[in-house]
Design a protein around this ligand. Structure first.
Ligand SMILES: [Ca+2]
Length: 129
């Protein structure tokens, strides 16, 4: 009786030790995929200029997706043209903290003349995804 129980236990252990490495492999692959997609998704750029047609003073702002950025460093209320990296969509806001009037759905190559959107020298914050 006791011997039978032990041999059942060994049989179960043997099955587990066969199953576990396969499980471990699956988890490793899943976490590697997640890590890769996080890296690919986390950082993008929004190129902003204080004149039309990407002229004048410009800066390529490093941007984390799904995060609201307030514009400082002399970028508040001066942007006249802007565009994000390929694959990124941005929304610009009239006020700080992504409040107020918006222009959304901005994709590469971007907007060459924010006057056409009644948004020249208006942008105070933005968010990209
Ligand atoms: Ca503003």
């Amino acid at each position: 009786m006791r011997t039978a129980m032990i041999s059942v236990a060994f049989a179960a252990l043997a099955q587990l030790s066969v199953a576990l490495p396969a499980l471990g492999q699956q988890f490793a692959e899943a976490s590697e995929v997640a890590a890769r997609s996080n890296v690919a998704r986390a950082i993008t750029h929004l190129y902003v200029c204080d004149s039309l047609n990407f002229q004048g003073r410009c800066e390529n702002l490093e941007t984390e997706t799904n995060r609201c950025y307030n514009l400082f460093n002399n970028w508040n209320d001066v942007i006249s043209s802007l565009g994000p990296d390929h694959g990124t969509t941005c929304t610009i806001y009239e006020n700080f903290d992504c409040q107020g009037r918006t222009v959304g759905g901005i994709v590469n190559p971007g907007l060459f003349n924010l006057n056409e959107w009644n948004f020249n020298d208006i942008t105070s914050s933005y968010r990209c995804s």
